[in-house]
Design a protein around this ligand. Structure first.
Ligand SMILES: [Fe+2]
Ligand SMILES: [Fe+2]
Length: 336
C-alpha cells in the first residue's frame, strides 16, 4: 500500500490553521472533519499528506504509525533486500592457527593379529604431515585372560613380556612427536587379572616419547582446544555411532570437550558437531581375530589425522574448521 497518498492538500486552508483546528478538536479526525464539513477519511489523508509536507523527510514507517493510530491494520509485503554484515568481523581461513592431531587406538600389541607394519607407516605419515601430537585411545597391549582361548592368539604372554615388546617395538617419531596414552580394558587386564601390574605406567617410564594419562579416560588441552580420550566398554551398538551419541548426551555442559575420541570399538564413526562436540570413534590396528570371526565382526584398520583451524579471539574466536583424514590400511597377515 502507499500510505503517503497525493501531496496536494485536500482542504484548501493553510497548514497553520488546519493543525490549530485539528489540535483544538483533541486530535480527533471525526470532530475535525465535522468542523471542515468533510468526512473523516479526508481528514486522515490530510494529516498524512500534511505531516509528510511538514516533516519533509518523514519515513514511511512514521506515516504507517499514524495510520495505525487511527485504527487501520497495516501489513507490509515481505521484500527482498541485500544483507550487510557491517560491524561483524569476518575471518579468513588463512588467518587461523592450525593444530594437527593424530588419533590412534587399539594396537593390541602382542597379538598374532597386530598390525605393526601399518602402525609404523601411520607414524611416518604423522611425521610427514607435521602432526603436533598423537593421542592413543587405549588397548596398546592385547592383555591377558580376556576371553577363553585368547592365550592361543597372543605371541607375548604376560605383562612383562608385553611391556618389553611394546617398549622396544612401538613406533616412534624421530622428530619428537609425543604420544599421549590412556589404558583400555585389555591393558587393564594385566592389573585386574595379572597381579596389579600397571603396564601403561611401566611403558611410559621407559619411553620418554609416551606420556601416561591413566586408564579409561582423560582430557588434554592443546592451546584452547580440548580433547577427551575415552576407552569405554561393551560391544558396538546396532547403529555404530549410538554409544558415542549417548556418551555426548550424558556430558554436563561445562565439561564438554571440543573433541571426543573413542577407542575400543575397532570400527569408525564420526559425529561432527553433535551437541557442540566433534566425536570420533576409531578404527584399530588389529586384524580379525578368531574371536571376532566367531561373532561375525570385521574390524577396520586405520587411524585419523585432523587439521584444526582456530582463532584465539574473544569475540570471533573458536574452532573454525576441521579437516579429517581417515587413513585406511589393508590387513597384513602374520605381522609379528
Ligand atoms: Fe580393543
Ligand atoms: Fe577395548
Amino acid at each position: 500500500m502507499n500510505p503517503v497518498g497525493p501531496k496536494r492538500k485536500l482542504i484548501d486552508i493553510p497548514d497553520k490553521e488546519f493543525w490549530k483546528v485539528f489540535h483544538g478538536c483533541g486530535g480527533n479526525s471525526a470532530r475535525t472533519a465535522k468542523f471542515f464539513g468533510v468526512d473523516s477519511a479526508t481528514i486522515r489523508r490530510e494529516r498524512i499528506s500534511r505531516t509528510q509536507h511538514l516533516n519533509g523527510n518523514a519515513s514511511i514507517d512514521e506515516l504507517i504509525q499514524q495510520v495505525q493510530a487511527d485504527g487501520y491494520l497495516v501489513t507490509k509485503e515481505a521484500q527482498q533486500q541485500d544483507y550487510h554484515f557491517d560491524g561483524v568481523k569476518l575471518f579468513k581461513l588463512g588467518d587461523c592457527k592450525v593444530t594437527r592431531l593424530a588419533f590412534v587406538g587399539d594396537c593390541h600389541m602382542g597379538s598374532r593379529f597386530q598390525q605393526i607394519s601399518n602402525l609404523s607407516n601411520f607414524y611416518k605419515l604423522c611425521e610427514a604431515q607435521n602432526v603436533d601430537a598423537i593421542l592413543h585411545m587405549g588397548d596398546i597391549s592385547d592383555g591377558q585372560r580376556m576371553y577363553p582361548g585368547q592365550e592361543y592368539e597372543v605371541f607375548k604372554h604376560g605383562a612383562d613380556a608385553q611391556v618389553d615388546y611394546i617398549v622396544n617395538t612401538y613406533p616412534d617419531a624421530p622428530s619428537g612427536i609425543k604420544t599421549f596414552l590412556i589404558g583400555g580394558n585389555h591393558d587393564e587386564s594385566h592389573y585386574t587379572k595379572g597381579g596389579g601390574h600397571d603396564i601403561i605406567s611401566a611403558i611410559a617410564d621407559k619411553r620418554k616419547d609416551i606420556q601416561n594419562l591413566g586408564f579409561h579416560q582423560a582430557t588434554i588441552s592443546f592451546g584452547k582446544i580440548s580433547v577427551k580420550l575415552m576407552h569405554p566398554t561393551g560391544g558396538v551398538a546396532y547403529a555404530r555411532s549410538y554409544r558415542m551419541q549417548k556418551i555426548i548426551e550424558q556430558m554436563p555442559p561445562d565439561e564438554k570437550p571440543d573433541f571426543l575420541c573413542l577407542g575400543h570399538y575397532h570400527v569408525t564413526a564420526f559425529l561432527m558437531g553433535y551437541r557442540d562436540v566433534m566425536g570420533f570413534q576409531l578404527p584399530c590396528f588389529q586384524s580379525q581375530t578368531p574371536y571376532l570371526a566367531k561373532k561375525g565382526l570385521y574390524p577396520e584398520i586405520g587411524a585419523v589425522i585432523i587439521n584444526i583451524r582456530w582463532i584465539d579471539d574473544r569475540i570471533t574466536g573458536g574452532i573454525k574448521s576441521v579437516n579429517t583424514d581417515w587413513i585406511s590400511y589393508r590387513p597384513v597377515k602374520e605381522d609379528w
